[in-house]
Design a binder for this molecule. Structure first.
Ligand code: G
Ligand code: G
Ligand code: MN
Ligand code: NA
Length: 253
């Protein structure tokens, strides 16, 4: 409860900030996108990782205002960088279950995009498989979101509940292979088979595929052989604050 009150205050006092992690095209080595990840600079406890406050924010419902702050701030950075002449890239934002269940989510995102002035095609929402559990509701919500012109990806793919029926029905653009499969891809034949199969399936379904948690060259070579489109992970960069991201990863023609 104390951390919950702190979070409420923290939102007003601007104690939250974003880090960005690049998403790299594996054939060119070029940065094609970035994921925005929230951090909390707690006045007494110092820097808190999401694992220490996202679950609490989920339980209390504070994830809705926090998630909206993340969305808006990520869009603002992206718009600012485009205005400064950097090559435009898409920003990915994690959506929580609570946000996904909001009946007016599409309108809220639409008004954020309008207010910020960001072209919807430069926003991607990351949803998890568990959000598609109620397929009819999920389909309706995802179709509304897609109509805005934004992109949708399935985060942590392979770890949650999903059936291939869902996968063929959902209006999604990308699968993000969970990092637990990528981790052992060089020493566990089952993981290699899973990564390879997800990648092939994504190709056939005409979905983009991103490997998460790419940490070394061997994993990268494996993923390239599979024609996996993009990679995200410590091999390229850990998530970094906006100013560092700008100087290290953004480029102009
Ligand atoms: O860097 P990493 O420790 O950033 O993030 C840990 C977890 O927290 C990830 O599973 C990520 O999806 C989640 N997370 C990070 N930022 C956000 C956010 O803005 N909203 C939601 N819902 N989850 C987030
Ligand atoms: O939303 P998602 O669950 O995908 O959140 C991404 C999380 O993965 C963040 O916590 C981020 O810091 C973490 N992460 C990103 N790249 C790597 C990596 O190469 N290795 C590990 N172990 N974690 C990573
Ligand atoms: Mn994510
Ligand atoms: Na993930």
């Amino acid at each position: 409860v104390e951390l919950e009150n702190d979070m409420r205050k923290g939102l007003e006092r601007e104690e939250f900030f974003l880090e960005f992690q690049p998403q790299i095209g594996l054939d060119t080595g070029k940065m094609l996108g970035m994921e925005a990840l929230v951090r909390w600079n707690h006045p007494k406890r110092g820097l808190l990782p999401p694992s220490e406050f996202i679950p609490l924010a989920e339980d209390s419902g504070l994830i809705v205002p926090l998630g909206e702050w993340v969305l808006k701030t990520a869009c603002q950075y992206n718009k600012k960088w485009q205005d400064e002449g950097y090559d435009p890239v898409c920003v990915s934002v994690n959506l929580s279950m609570r946000q996904f269940r909001q009946y007016n989510l599409t309108e809220r995102i639409d008004s954020i995009l309008q207010e910020v002035g960001l072209d919807p095609r430069y926003l991607e929402l990351e949803v998890t498989e568990s959000m598609t559990y109620d397929i009819d509701t999920a389909l309706e919500q995802l179709y509304r979101l897609k109509k805005l012109g934004i992109h949708i990806s399935i985060d942590d793919f392979g770890t949650g509940y999903s059936s291939l029926y869902y996968l063929k029905s959902l209006p999604i653009d990308r699968l993000k292979i969970d990092r637990s499969f990528v981790k052992e891809v060089m020493c566990d034949g089952n993981d290699a088979a899973i990564v390879s199969t997800i990648t092939t399936m994504a190709h056939h379904l005409k979905l983009k595929v991103t490997a998460e948690g790419v940490e070394n060259q061997e994993q990268l070579e494996f993923l390239k052989l599979q024609n996996c489109h993009e990679g995200q992970g410590y091999l390229f960069s850990k998530p970094v604050p906006a100013s560092e991201f700008e100087s290290k990863f953004l480029s102009r023609k």
